[in-house]
Design a protein around this ligand. Sequence first.
Ligand SMILES: Cc1ncc(COP(=O)(O)O)c(C=O)c1O
Length: 313
Amino acid sequence: MSNAPITEVLDAVTASNPNAATDRPYVWLDGEFVPKSAAKVSVFDHGLLYGDGCFEGIRAYGGRIFKCKSHIDRFFRSAERIRLTIPYSADEIDRLMRDSLAKNNITDGYIRLVVTRGVGSLGLHPFKCPKASVFCIADKISLYPPEMYAEGMPIVVAKRPRIPIDCLDPSIKSLNYLNNILAKIEAIDAGVLEALMLNTQGDVAECTGDNVFVIKDGAVVTPALEAGLLDGITRSFVIGLCEELGVSITERTVRLDEVMTADEVFLTGTAAEIIAVKSIDQKPVGDGAGEGPVTRRLRERFRAVLKSGAPED
Ligand SMILES: Cc1ncc(COP(=O)(O)O)c(C=O)c1O
């Protein structure tokens, strides 16, 4: 990785998006496509006023929507948990995502699907908002510079714990991301792009936008959902890949010292895909040489599956 300040690294990633300087993409907003500059929600929308809403980040590979059904299911599940009615059926959501890709000529890209509580008055009352608002953005994304995939990425341990499940269940993929954003700021202040978040018991939960996997002596472990983390769709897929490849995989409580003494650590997420961790709080992971053999095997299998036709289930 270059030694450029982290803000410059991020600027370079953003500039690589061909849509960055145009009025594209067209955004599907409450039933119609509008150009980027016209894709606006009201200042009275409770999604904006209170973070009252849910979202999904989804990838398309070769024109297929990776784990489309799982994302739509999680979208509806999240909305149901906050008693928000999505004013479309699952089939309609599926259709509008595919239409968004087609409208923007995207076969390989990223979809952001959002439902907000909609417009209401200046009080919290969610049920005084008569109609939820739905929008879908299909665009290109590259989260981290390509060299980080080969060399691994440095991360830090956030001092701020993950919000406990009893307060806000992180398996609801809501628009409330301030807990994660504050941890992300800790990362950026430390000159890196990700932070490992512990729960209030001090056990490992996840990173600010990715799930975490730890490898010791060839065996893979990942924090169980009870630790308080998003039930990541890439996480589930990678657990399946481990099973398919005969790699030992366990979901259980993971202590910080296990991560600090692991042979390999990697992160998973829709946007990040699979990325190795090179150092934590500046201490090298394993031999510090970047992506280790188990991570590489899983990432290569992941790429091969996507190449042969991304599963949409
Ligand atoms: C907090 C958090 N954890 C994990 C993930 C990875 O989840 P998925 O693989 O479903 O994208 C995300 C993705 O948005 C996330 O925001």
